[in-house]
Ligand binder design. Structure first.
Ligand SMILES: NC(=O)c1ccc[n+]([C@@H]2O[C@H](COP(=O)([O-])OP(=O)(O)OC[C@H]3O[C@@H](n4cnc5c(N)ncnc54)[C@H](OP(=O)(O)O)[C@@H]3O)[C@@H](O)[C@H]2O)c1
Length: 257
């Protein structure tokens, strides 16, 4: 039995992965952005190994989320699932960051650095990451006109690069990225072709499976099969520059191996 922390487990793919892992007998630590949203967890609440609360658009809250997880204990796996899609404007978080970048990239980076190191890390990306190359000069959308689709694509490329950085720098940890496909959730909408159960399967499997196929690192997955991600995501120079910038923007250093 493994213990898994899943960000954004009040809805969609995160909630579905939590349900599936609980049904398999694992311990799951859930996450909600607020106490109100935690109330919507319903029967999952009583089955959870813990519930942590915090808004990932705030760096202060994100640090508190890491503290709450560490207080529960060491996780065997963390699924960095929470995310937002096309935001109408850049917006500004309490720290002044673009909202999409903060939730989709800065928060998984900070949680990776601040949560006690698990055995496995899984990052939710998207096939749309392939449209996100070339972001390093203006990660935080300070000099460009806002383009919501491009911002999403960049953030999803950045989490693949982050997953692969960890695979390289932390050889004891299995770190992978997943494209769940276009799934019927609040984000994906009702006309998406992929059902929730199919959409959650790969990340839940990577988090706990003892199959040798699941015990690999630095791979990009789609529906239980490995695929080739965008070139930048696999480029160690891009990965190192990205992590260096994330470290400076957050004031949080990625611990060495
Ligand atoms: N659905 C798709 O077709 C699709 C395709 C490719 C990739 N993905 C990726 O899969 C992941 C899950 O997507 P989904 O379709 O399940 O989305 P969803 O239905 O919109 O659920 C997103 C989850 O993240 C949480 N969340 C969002 N912003 C947050 C914040 N600031 N603080 C804390 N929690 C926050 C949401 O909380 P609330 O419930 O409070 O809103 C919810 O639990 C995302 O990373 C997404 O980019 C999805």
């Amino acid at each position: 039995m493994a213990t898994i922390f899943i960000t954004g487990s009040t809805d969609g793919l995160g909630r579905a992965a939590a349900q599936s892992l609980l049904d398999q007998g694992h311990r799951v630590v859930l996450h909600a952005r607020s106490a109100d949203r935690a109330a919507s967890l319903g029967e999952l609440k009583s089955r959870a190994a813990g519930i942590v609360v915090g808004d990932l658009s705030s760096a202060t809250d994100t640090r508190r989320i890491a503290d709450q997880v560490n207080a529960i204990g060491r996780m065997d796996a963390v699924i960095h699932n929470a995310g937002v899609y096309t935001q109408p404007s850049r917006g500004a978080t309490p720290e002044g960051h673009a909202v999409t970048f903060a939730i989709n990239t800065l928060a998984p980076y900070m949680l990776t650095a601040l949560i006690r190191r698990p055995d496995r890390l899984v990052y939710l990306s998207s096939g749309l990451h392939r449209g996100g190359e070339g972001s390093l000069d203006d990660l935080d959308w300070k000099s460009r006109a806002w383009d919501s689709a491009r911002a999403y694509a960049e953030s999803k490329l950045q989490v693949v690069a982050l997953a692969f950085t960890l695979a390289r720098r932390w050889p004891d940890v299995l770190s992978n990225a997943v494209d769940p496909g276009w799934v019927r959730t609040k984000m994906g909408g009702s006309s998406a072709p992929v059902d929730l159960d199919t959409g959650q399967r790969t990340q839940a499997w990577l988090a706990v499976s003892e199959d040798s196929a699941a015990k690999v690192s630095g791979r990009y997955w789609h529906h239980l099969r490995q695929e080739q991600p965008a070139g930048e995501a696999t480029d160690p120079e891009f990965q190192d520059q990205l992590v260096d910038k994330l470290s400076k923007l957050t004031g949080v250093e990625l611990p060495e191996a």
